[in-house]
Design a protein around this ligand. Structure first.
Ligand code: EPU
Length: 416
């Protein structure tokens, strides 16, 4: 267990590169189970969540070769066994192994997948969708068994939009000969990147609004694919620049995937310049309050709600935040209060934040991945020394964040 120590209020200048999208790369690693041959992925971030999904498949017989952000995956010797329950329980995204393992071996058992503590995170939408396709799902004592006994035509109609449930069905359907339709699907950029991967592998997939039509094949071939940049990492760094009032250039990213955030920046009076693959934030001494309500893509992303809440503590006036996707994603605001943040909770998913307030260094807990990154930015704004426990929560999604921040002038170190 390590922690970050930050000395705040140092001027930051230069460029911060964005690495590949965690929530796209994980699903492509899962997709490698479906293809014959060696899958080659570029722009794969070296983060804990990726290491965990690799560990699950390695234990089942898959071979991985990594050099920097290049990853080669050979699943030809994969054994028809179940993923290690302890490893599955350590990472929420392991749920997306169900579709590929079911398609390949006809059956798979997993416990309830783990992950961060941002909400109850049920898997009922996954279960119902597989049942719609004829998969038999039985629930034992904290273990779900999926059996592809016969095929039903669907369609899969989601009552709520779910990223991983959409991806699970996409993965499964891409390896079925029958046509399968998903309605009310998630269309996050990471889902669309997975569709590009599966299409290159040989599945015919058409997306219109929130309807996805898949014509799969049993002969998916291995492909080489470059993972899209991580829009949440890019957004986190853009907010970091605005909140610390520094000119910073965020590179190797796609501003078009951050439209919801950039619209808010414009309304707040935060100046920026965007190019094809970069975003330059111009330091603004004053910017105004705003209301945020999270939603599925293309709405305001829940994964940027916590850094945005911190930014609002530096805005002029009163802002309101509403988290609509997860029940426990405002915990970071309690940590912010310890630093001097002016926060009033309206209910567990809604809060008012008044600003601008000076922040002071404190000893903090990184409650989950995004909350951890948020407190790290708070430490950069704060006067004095901030200590953030459980650096591993941040390592789940941001590769060597302290090195990238030191390169632009931040005083941050990791201690064990
Ligand atoms: N939901 C259900 N039943 C289900 C599945 C989801 O009720 O069976 C609900 C959830 O409780 C939530 C809503 O549907 O209220 C949306 O959840 P979703 O399933 O879309 O989330 P997820 O697929 O588990 C992915 C990302 C999250 C990101 C969300 C929303 C991965 C591995 N994770 O989670 O990323 O917040 O979509 O965009 O792709 C993160 O990176 O920090 C992170 C938490």
């Amino acid at each position: 267990m390590s922690k970050f120590i930050i000395e705040g209020q140092k001027p930051l200048v230069g460029e911060i590169p964005v690495y590949g999208a965690k929530n796209a790369a994980i699903k492509m690693i899962a997709a490698s189970v479906l293809v014959s041959g060696v899958t080659i992925l570029d722009n794969v971030p070296d983060i804990l969540d990726i290491q965990k999904i690799i560990a699950i498949l390695e234990k089942m017989g898959a071979k991985f070769q990594r050099s920097s952000h290049h990853l080669e995956i050979d699943t030809r010797a994969l054994k028809a066994s179940n993923p290690d329950p302890t490893l599955v329980a350590a990472i929420r995204a392991s749920i997306v192994l169900v579709g590929p393992l079911l398609a390949r071996f006809g059956t798979v058992s997993i416990p309830h997948p783990g992950g961060c503590t941002i909400g109850s995170r049920p898997i009922d939408l996954h279960i119902k969708a597989f049942r719609d396709l004829g998969v038999e799902v039985t629930e034992g004592k904290n273990i779900y068994t999926f059996r592809a006994t016969h095929q039903a035509p669907g369609p899969v109609v989601f009552s709520n939009i779910s990223v991983t449930a959409t991806e699970n069905i996409l993965l499964f359907a891409s390896a079925q000969e029958e046509k399968i339709t998903i309605k009310n699907a998630a269309i996050e950029p990471e889902v669309l990147d997975l569709i590009v991967f599966l299409s290159q592998a040989g599945a015919k997939i058409a997306v219109q609004d929130r309807t996805i039509k898949i014509e799969g094949t049993k002969n998916l071939k291995a492909v080489k694919h470059r993972v899209i940049p991580d829009r949440i990492e890019a957004g986190t760094f853009a907010i970091l620049a605005a909140a610390t009032k520094n000119d910073l250039k965020i590179t190797q990213m796609n501003p078009k995937q951050l439209t919801a955030l950039l619209e808010k920046f414009s309304q707040m009076g935060i100046a920026f310049k965007q190019g094809e693959d970069f975003l330059e934030i111009k330091s603004s001494e004053h910017f105004s309050s705003i209301n945020i309500s999270t939603a599925e893509y293309p709405g305001f992303p829940t994964d940027l709600q916590s850094p945005m809440g911190l930014l609002l503590s530096q805005a002029q006036g009163q802002s309101r935040i509403k988290e609509n996707l997860f029940e426990h994603r405002l915990g970071y605001l309690k940590e912010l209060q310890k630093m001097g943040g002016n926060v009033r909770f309206l209910n567990p998913q809604e809060a008012e934040i008044s600003g601008p307030t000076p922040l002071y260094g404190a000893r903090l807990e990184s409650l989950d991945l995004r909350a951890g990154a948020t407190l790290l930015i708070a430490g950069l704004i704060a006067q004095g020394r901030t200590e953030i426990k459980h650096a591993e929560n941040i390592d789940r999604g941001y590769e060597k964040i302290e090195e990238r921040l030191r390169a632009v002038g931040a005083r941050i170190k990791r201690v064990s």
